[in-house]
Design a protein around this ligand. Structure first.
Ligand code: RP5
Length: 164
């Protein structure tokens, strides 16, 4: 297993259905990563420790997903300068718009890069982390270019059914 460069954390195991889409991308690119539950509200001391130790442990990015009053990404960002990529998780109510607003509306001075609600946001957060790492790892840049090329080919190959 390569050294862990990206941490994927979430407020609850119920967020895994969404955040696993980030992990799938990191696996596909062969990036060392870890995934764990670090709840802002239920385990705040652990959350602070995770953020404070992140840089020293070699993390280059933290992907943080949470639902509801989603304080996790912002509070992690408050305690580390490792870039935090926030993923809003859709809960049973409000379709994740509450989480999106909680994550995106950071006060000036503590940035959180905020992605789309749900699986697309989780996958894109991981792709963004890949792009960040690719700046110093040329082989990753090649992998990312190849990923985009496959995606383009798949889109060009799309066909439409006859109109009903
Ligand atoms: C948040 O509360 C978590 O990120 C999760 O999205 C939401 C609900 O958590 P559970 O009640 O499913 O554990 O902290």
């Amino acid at each position: 297993m390569p050294p862990v460069q990206v941490g994927v954390v979430m407020g609850s195991s119920s967020d895994w259905e969404t955040l696993q889409h980030a992990v799938q991308i990191l696996q596909e690119f062969g990036i060392g990563h870890e995934a764990r539950v670090v709840s802002a509200h239920r385990m705040p001391d652990d959350m602070f420790a995770y953020a404070q130790e992140a840089a020293g442990r070699g993390l280059k990015a933290i992907i943080a997903g949470a639902g509801g009053a989603a304080h996790l990404p912002g509070m992690l960002a408050a305690k580390t300068t490792v870039p935090v990529l926030g993923v809003p998780v859709a809960g049973r109510h409000l379709q994740g718009v509450d989480s999106l607003h909680s994550i995106v509306q950071m006060p000036k001075g503590i940035p959180v890069a905020t992605f789309a609600i749900g699986a697309a946001g989780a996958a894109n957060a991981a792709l963004f982390a890949v792009a960040m790492l690719a700046g110093e790892q040329p082989a990753l840049r090649d992998q990312l270019d190849a990923f985009r090329a496959r995606q383009t080919a798949a889109a060009r190959a799309m066909t439409l059914p006859p109109a009903a």
